[in-house]
Ligand binder design. Structure first.
Ligand code: M6R
Length: 608
């Protein structure tokens, strides 16, 4: 969703904010703006529809010199992207400015009330009401005024507020949207995530829901909404500023695809012991895990596809019912949940509103909740009894790649660990799994090498009218994820389908303009998949197969083949998706798309 950054301290705030906005742009990029209290004591605001580059151009010779300011990059919810609707928003006096991520659900009612009270609101946004509420509440202390205003808001927010007359002070607040405080030497930062400030400080406080952060250069006081001081630990961000740079690659997505072998190594570090899988993060909930009789996985988008692998393995290895449900459906149509239900919430960002709400509901109903996330300190960790981190490092491209493969690896390890604890995982199965996991990073490297053909193949498929991706069993999540990658970044329609369902309807879409992409890696259902592939071929569709090295029949059946190394079936999803990521990447490049920041999307979706 939106990206937020604020700074107060001795540096020139403008460049710090613009740098932060460029790093945060993946959160939302339909408009951007900054506000500064200049060294002359004036409030300076510049905001533009479009990307941060448009804002930078509008600033010409650069922003005026200032020691404090706010910056925002927007993913529109209320009000179309325009200069006027871009943040920051100001009050009637032009002294108070606000940036916001989230949705003020009661903004219409508040807006009517403010207008009736004599306020003039200029934009179509929900955010602007906050500036006017703070204006009404202001009696000389910004933090007090913000706390009063927060009492009127319903919905979700990460907010930062600045007052021209308190030119060293920023006040931030969060409820159901991420916000962190950065502690520098004689300077303070506030941001929606660490990427914005990592170049300046690694010392951060992850604010909790209901927190209000009162910042001056070098001081940070955290209170609740009543003004009572609360104690929050200082965390150290474990990655460097360079980790969030492109490092010579044309796009973050390409870099992150190439980082997958290392990300898989990191995801397994400390978790493979001899011939066993062991997740120490579960040690605090072992007693509860010993009694589970059902597993529900919840997730959205790519994380949902990863969770399908987990559901299959929990069911197979634990012998209990297990399934995955998209979080937005789970929430409003929850299954029976009790203290014997294990709920696994899979979310890269840890901030996805639907997943958090579903996890909260499950926790409220007594389930034991485990988060699988890439983001230490994220909201999902507070909704969970245990958190297992992907350890994949920062992912900047909107299209998930390395977090998909590490999510799959992590849910596989999670299922194996719990099945082992319950005494239901045969030693031989676990030994084979651990061996295959250990080989995985090297095989992922090989899958990347083998995908050298993806660019040339993409060239021939880039003008297709659409794609049909099919897979069975562990190939099915790879088909879904491959199709999503194409949709997200090339804007071509692509359908991910269970191969056996092809003949029940979608086969009518196939023709010479709509190729079939078949996940035909070695598996127990290989022959069945081949039958489905032939059904597509018989309809004149070109067939692009993902197949296992050494398969000597697929070359005769498919138009083109992308090869991957052999592995055990539960891990085949990971290797099969790698050429599909590269294929989608090159199709998007050929079509001239904005690969890292595709239209209408944002990296983390903090609204329902
Ligand atoms: O942060 P999360 O894993 O919860 O995000 C869930 C989805 O929004 C995300 O996977 C989305 O589908 C990606 N853009 C896919 O590339």
């Amino acid at each position: 969703m939106c990206g937020i950054v604020g700074y107060t301290g001795p540096r020139d705030a403008g460049p710090v904010l613009l740098d932060g906005l460029r790093r945060l742009e993946y959160r939302g990029y339909d408009s951007a703006g900054i506000a500064l209290v200049t060294d002359n004591g004036d409030l300076f605001v510049e905001k533009r529809a479009g990307k941060v580059a448009v804002l930078t151009d509008a600033l010409g010779g650069g922003p005026p010199s200032a020691g404090i300011g706010l910056g925002h990059t927007r993913w529109a919810t209320h009000g179309r992207p325009s200069d006027l609707n871009a943040h920051p928003h100001s009050d009637c006096t032009g002294r108070i400015t606000v940036i916001h991520n989230g949705i003020v659900e009661n903004f219409r009612e508040l807006r009517d009330e403010l207008v009736a009270g004599g306020h003039t609101l200029k934009s179509e946004t929900d955010t602007e009401v906050v500036a006017h509420l703070v204006e009404d509440a202001y009696k000389g202390d910004l933090a007090d005024a913000v706390r009063v205003a927060l009492g009127r808001l319903e919905g979700a927010y990460a907010l930062v507020v600045m007052h021209r007359d308190e030119p060293q002070r920023l006040v931030g607040a969060r409820l159901n949207a991420p916000l962190i405080v950065g502690l520098g030497d004689g300077e303070s930062f506030v941001a929606s995530d660490a990427a914005a400030i990592i170049a300046y400080t690694k010392r951060v406080i992850f604010l909790a829901d209901g927190d209000v952060a009162d910042l001056t250069p070098g001081t940070a006081t955290i209170t609740d909404r009543l003004g009572v001081v609360v104690d929050r630990p200082i965390d150290i961000i474990p990655w460097s500023a360079e980790a969030a740079e492109k490092g010579g690659y044309a796009h973050f997505m390409l870099k992150e695809i190439h980082e997958q072998p290392a990300a898989l190594t990191a995801a397994m570090t400390g978790r493979l012991r001899g011939e066993s899988v062991r997740l120490e993060e579960l040690d605090g909930i072992r007693t509860r895990l010993s009694g589970i009789d059902r597993v529900e996985l919840i997730a959205c988008g790519t994380a949902y596809y990863a969770s399908l692998v987990g559901a299959a393995l929990f069911q197979d290895w634990l012998g209990v019912p297990a399934r995955s449900t998209v979080a937005s459906e789970f929430r409003y149509s929850p299954p029976p949940i009790d203290a014997r239900t294990l709920v696994v919430a899979v979310t890269q960002s840890g901030e996805t509103a639907d997943t958090i709400a579903a996890a909260r509901l499950a926790g409220d109903r007594g389930a034991v909740v485990v988060a699988v996330t890439n983001t230490v300190g994220s909201a999902i960790t507070r909704e969970s009894h245990a958190s297992v981190f992907l350890q994949a490092g920062p992912e900047v491209a909107v299209a998930a790649t390395k977090t998909f493969v590490t999510q799959v690896a992590t849910v596989v390890m999670l299922a194996a660990d719990i099945a082992h604890q319950l005494g239901r995982l045969p030693a031989e199965t676990e030994r084979d799994l651990v061996g295959a996991l250990r080989r995985l990073p090297e095989q992922a490297e090989r899958a990347i090498e083998l995908s050298v053909a993806a660019e040339e193949i993409a060239d021939r498929y880039a003008s297709a009218a659409g794609f049909m991706y099919i897979g069975r069993s562990f190939g099915y999540p790879a088909a879904l994820e491959g199709a999503l990658k194409i949709k997200e970044i090339s804007y071509l329609h692509a359908e991910g389908y269970a191969a056996g369902e092809l003949k029940h309807g979608p086969i009518s879409l196939l023709d010479a303009e709509v190729p079939l992409v078949a996940i035909a890696t070695r598996s127990a259902v290989y022959e069945k998949l081949i039958s489905n592939l032939m059904e597509g071929k018989a309809r004149d569709a070109r067939v692009l197969a993902v197949a296992t090295e050494g398969d000597d029949q697929i070359g005769r059946l498919a138009t083109d083949v992308l090869w991957v190394p052999d592995t055990i079936e539960p891990l085949s999803t990971i290797l099969a998706v790698i050429p599909l990521q590269l294929f989608a990447y090159y199709v998007a490049v050929k079509r001239g798309r904005d690969v890292d920041q595709p239209r209408n999307l944002a990296k983390s979706v903090t609204v329902e």
